[in-house]
Design a protein around this ligand. Structure first.
Ligand SMILES: [Zn+2]
Length: 115
């Protein structure tokens, strides 16, 4: 069974190696979609969404400067950072993080999938 959760966070970053406007400090409201795999339990749920939301939010750098967390915080590098941190917490609960998709704006996203 797969669960999908959508979360949002806002943050600032700059891309130090980029030749263009993204080199300047700017912000995004990022949308993150998590796809989680697990067995449906006796309760009829894989895991309560109410439990998963704060757990996933805890790894999102909301209102932070992303360059403090990831050296070159492109959408690709950020989605990997979020995946790694969320996967650790979900593994402890017997859940597998299958995919994270990070939307930089409504038209562009980076996807990291479990291998
Ligand atoms: Zn940007």
């Amino acid at each position: 069974m797969l669960l999908k959760l959508k979360r949002k966070f806002s943050s600032a970053h700059r891309l130090p190696d980029y030749d263009g406007e993204c080199n300047n400090l700017h912000g995004h409201t990022w949308v993150v979609e998590f796809i989680i795999e697990g067995e449906t339990k006796e309760s009829g749920m894989v895991e309560d969404f109410k439990t998963l939301k704060p757990l996933l939010d805890s790894v999102l750098p909301d209102h932070k400067y992303l360059n403090d967390f990831v050296q070159n915080p492109t959408a690709e590098n950020m989605v990997k950072y979020i995946y790694d941190n969320a996967a650790k917490l979900l593994t402890q609960r017997g859940l597998k993080l299958k995919q994270v998709e990070l939307w930089e704006n409504e038209n562009a996203s980076a996807i990291f999938q479990a291998y």
